[in-house]
Ligand binder design. Structure first.
Ligand SMILES: Nc1ncnc2c1ncn2[C@@H]1O[C@H](Cn2cc(CNC(=O)c3cc([N+](=O)[O-])cc(O)c3O)nn2)[C@@H](O)[C@H]1O
Ligand SMILES: [Mg+2]
Length: 216
């Protein structure tokens, strides 16, 4: 029987066809080209991706967590900037997307830099310490279900996974929006925040990233 491919599978084919193996930049370009000329997809994209790059470079983290791997676009953006020995974990709920993401990350030659863990953030965050030997995360990128941003930041606090200076960067705080999360970090004395205005990936729609530094 004929089963139609999925958008992540078509994105993977485009990467395998157009990107040079071992080149993270060409994987990033191939995905951005696919999203601009073939099919829109919910990667953080090139404009917000450059902001993500600058924050990762500024933090120069030793431990990194990403929520919502999807196809691995932001995973590749982050992993290509990390120093050797950095511990980078990305969480992905959908097993089909885990499979696609691992292949895209491998095409970029970054498979040894990051661990893609299948499961939901709510289940996996409390396991970070004992399963992966993490004490605290220096940098966290939130790009998963928007109604999970707030419960998950509270989970980070409860599990003692944040230290003074830990940086959280949240995608889509305007579109689709994460109003409860924004209200929480902006009204909490425990976070120093900065909003980076941008646009929804590959569109002219307003969106942005919120950076929140945990003050301890
Ligand atoms: N709690 C979770 N734990 C682990 N993985 C998760 C979780 N929630 C979603 N995911 C995974 O994230 C991936 C991508 N994803 C992200 C979202 C939520 N983000 C968006 O819906 C979104 C939507 C738009 N948009 O509609 O324009 C733009 C964006 O940049 C977005 O991130 N839904 N799936 C999917 O593979 C899903 O399995
Ligand atoms: Mg997003």
């Amino acid at each position: 029987t004929f089963t139609r491919s999925t958008r992540p599978q078509r994105m993977l084919k485009a990467v395998q066809k157009n990107a040079t193996k071992g080149s993270p930049e060409s994987v990033i370009s191939a995905i951005d080209y696919f999203c601009k000329h073939s099919e829109w997809a919910m990667n953080v994209g090139d404009e917000k991706g450059s902001i993500l790059d600058s924050v990762v470079t500024e933090v120069n983290p030793s431990t990194v967590l990403e929520l919502g791997t999807y196809c691995g676009y932001s995973t590749v953006r982050i992993a290509r900037l990390l120093s050797p020995g950095t511990k980078f974990i990305t969480l992905e709920f959908n097993p089909a997307n885990v499979t696609v993401a691992r292949q895209i990350i491998a095409h970029a030659g970054l498979q040894d830099k990051v661990t893609v863990v299948e499961g939901s953030s709510g289940d996996l965050i409390p396991q970070m310490k004992e399963r992966f030997g993490i004490t605290t995360f220096d940098f966290i990128f939130l790009d998963h279900w928007k109604d999970r941003y707030l419960p998950d930041i509270k989970l980070f606090e409860e599990c003692g996974l944040l230290r003074k200076g830990s940086v959280l960067l949240a995608d889509n705080v305007i579109c689709p929006g994460a109003p409860e999360y924004l209200e929480y970090v902006r009204n909490s004395p425990r976070y120093e925040n900065r909003y980076y205005p941008a646009h929804l990936e590959y569109t002219k729609v307003e969106d942005g990233l919120e950076k929140s530094v945990f003050l301890g």
